[in-house]
Each structure stands twice: as C-alpha cells, then as structure tokens.
Ligand binder design. Structure first.
Ligand SMILES: Cc1ncc(COP(=O)(O)O)c(C=O)c1O
Length: 360
C-alpha cells in the first residue's frame, strides 16, 4: 500500500525522509551495535542525541542562552499544570485569553493551583475569532499571561503576539510551533506536545526563560520542576529517548528545507489554496473570521451535512485520511502541518471539487 496524505490533527503526518532515515538507522545506530532505542540515556552517545536535537532547535527558533530547553513527557496537558506549579507564585495570579477548547482546558487545570483570571473570551461568539488586542489589559502584577496562539479544534489563530509588558507571556504552541517565524524573546515560556510539528507522541517540549524560575509551588514533583529539569539536562528520570531522537531528525529535516521561514511560506501557500477554494465554493464553508483563520487546522462544513459520511469514505479511498472534524464541533477539518506537502493540499482540493461536482 502506498502512503496517502494524513490530515489528522495529531498524531500527525511525519516527513517521509525522516522515517526512512530512522528505518535505516534502527537496528544499529552509528555503529554502536545497538538501536538508539536501546542506548542508555546516560551514555555519551545518547547525551549527544539530546544535545544535537537541542542545538538544532535553538538554531531553528533562534533561542538565546537566557532560555532553557526541556524535553519531557505528559503532553501539553501536563503543562497546563506544570506552568502554574512553576510560575503562579511569581505574582498575583495567572491571566488567560480564552479562544477555544484548549484555552478552556488550560484554564481549568490552572485553577487548581492559584488565582486565575480570564481577561477576555470569544466564547459568546462561538469561538469564531481570536481575542483582539484592544479587548484586554494585563494586570502589571500578574504571574503570567497565558494564551493559545492556534486553537487546533476550532481552527482559530492569533494574527499577533499579545502585549503583556513585563508580565511573562506563556504560549501553548502545540499546533503551531516551528510553522511560522516567532521572536522567542517576546515569550516567557513556550510549550508544545510533539505529535503535530515536532515528532511522535510521547515527547513534550518546554522553552522557558531561566530568570522566571525559582518559585515553584511546595509539593511540586521534581520531574515537573523546570529548574530541576534544566539542571539535569532533561534527565530527572529516563526521558522518551526514541521520541527525542526522532524530533532531532525532524529538526534536521526542517533545517534542510530552509528552516522556519521556508515552512511559513509553504504553510501560507497551502492554507491559502484551501481557504480560497472553500470561499469560492457554494458547497463548502469555513465559519472563522478570515483574519484569524488557522494556517495549520482548516475546518470546513459541507452545505449538506448528510453527505459527511460519504465524503469521508470517498476521501479515504482517494488516500486522503482523517478529515473528520473534532467530535465536539463536527464537520471536516484538514490539519496541514509542516510535513504535509503542497501536493497533499492540491490533491484534497481536486477531490473536493470532484465531490462537489457529483453531489453539489
Ligand atoms: C493547542 C493544544 N493544546 C494542548 C493539546 C493537548 O496535547 P496533549 O495531547 O499532548 O496533552 C493539544 C492536542 O491536540 C492541542 O492541540
């Protein structure tokens, strides 16, 4: 069976070149006589895998030495707790912008650890746009401001970086990291689950400004203490070694593609192609404010929703997989992360046109 195009929101498509390289190196990594999966995490060989992955990531995002990089586990969901455990005691409480399902989950978890204030929410607008810059003001003594730059389920993306003054800005970049250029120095902390733009599930990435640390809540497990993780090179315990190795290969692949600016250009071209087609069609539609549409997750609704099952079955047959929208919103969603080539989106548009011609 040939590989098709996988539009899953995560775990998502990985670059084929990365998988072929991993396949080739799998039984005997660099003449060690062992698979990289079998290396001791304390061995010089594996420590070099971690430091190589970190160096590549630092190059890709231009991360300065003021920031620590942590490879950990537990997904972005555990970061919903780790962030307040490590940062909430710095100030009067955590402030949030609510733009969808993932914002809501991050708020709910943070509430266990201290005062939480939601500065602005687009819930009453059915999350059809992001919070606008003029709609909130951060308290100068807040512990941090948290937001979700790209809401994976709703397909809503901020088209600006919120201004938080001296208050550290925290971003859940699970579904947009490495997809467009960012100025890391604008952020106090960035976190992301790996399974969309970084590598396989099981790995979580944290990038944190080191001067923000040191006020961890009492009772925080050492595994979840950013300072301890930085001090021990992400090895407070056995890290997800194979996932870190694969992330390193993805970072290398990104560098070969021209880095983040090249990805941004490609992602703009892919999403534009799909949105332009949807907007021009009377058969499909996307409900999100055009200025806040996601370049990574493109939801669309068929005019006749009784055709949904047929659409999905025929797409599957055409090698276009996992186009169903999230169970909470329905409809369709095409997740088009870095590893999705332009040809995949072109194939999707061709399929959608033909489907419309037959059933529209
Ligand atoms: C924006 C965002 N945050 C958090 C999560 C949860 O990630 P995880 O499953 O890694 O905990 C996801 C997963 O899809 C996501 O898209």
């Amino acid at each position: 069976m040939t590989r098709g195009y996988n539009f899953c929101s995560g775990p998502a498509m990985l670059p084929e070149a990365v998988m072929l390289k991993a396949q080739q190196e799998l039984p005997n990594w660099r003449n060690t006589g062992m698979s990289v999966m079998e290396l001791s995490h304390r061995s010089d060989e594996f420590v070099s895998v971690v430091s190589d992955a970190e160096a590549r990531l630092r190059q890709l995002l231009d991360i300065s030495d003021d920031y620590g990089v942590i490879f950990t586990q537990g997904g972005a969901t555990l970061q919903f707790s780790c962030v307040p455990m490590n940062l909430i005691a710095r100030g009067s409480g955590a402030e949030f912008l609510d733009t969808g399902a993932w914002s809501v989950k991050s708020i709910k978890e943070a509430e266990r650890y201290g005062p939480v204030r939601v500065l602005a929410s687009t819930k009453d607008k059915h999350y059809r746009h992001a919070v606008r810059a003029e709609d909130f003001q951060v308290s100068p003594d807040a512990s941090y401001l948290h937001y979700t730059p790209n809401e994976t389920i709703g397909g809503v993306e901020f088209n600006y970086v919120p201004e938080s003054g001296k208050v550290p800005l925290v971003a859940d970049m699970s579904s947009c990291i490495l997809s467009q250029t960012i100025d890391v120095s604008r952020f106090g902390l960035i976190y992301a689950g790996a399974q969309k733009n970084i590598g396989p599930a099981g790995l979580t990435l944290v990038i944190v400004r080191k001067d923000l640390l040191g006020q961890t809540l009492p009772g925080t497990p050492s595994l979840l203490d950013y300072q301890a993780q930085i001090d021990q090179g992400s090895m407070v315990n056995t890290p997800p070694t194979f996932a870190i190795y694969l992330a390193g290969l993805v970072f290398e692949w990104l560098q070969e593609q021209g880095g983040v600016p090249a990805m941004q250009q490609l992602n703009e071209a892919k999403s534009q192609l799909l949105y332009d087609f949807v907007d021009a069609s009377g058969f499909y539609r996307n409900p999100i404010d055009p200025v806040h549409r996601s370049r990574m997750n493109v939801p669309f609704i068929l005019a006749d929703e009784t055709l949904n099952e047929r659409f999905l079955a025929e797409a599957d047959k055409a090698g276009l997989y996992n186009l169903q929208g999230h169970r909470s919103v329905g409809g369709m969603r095409a997740s088009i992360y870095n590893a999705m080539p332009l040809a995949g989106v072109q194939a999707l548009v061709t399929f959608m046109k033909e489907f419309e011609r037959r059933y529209g």
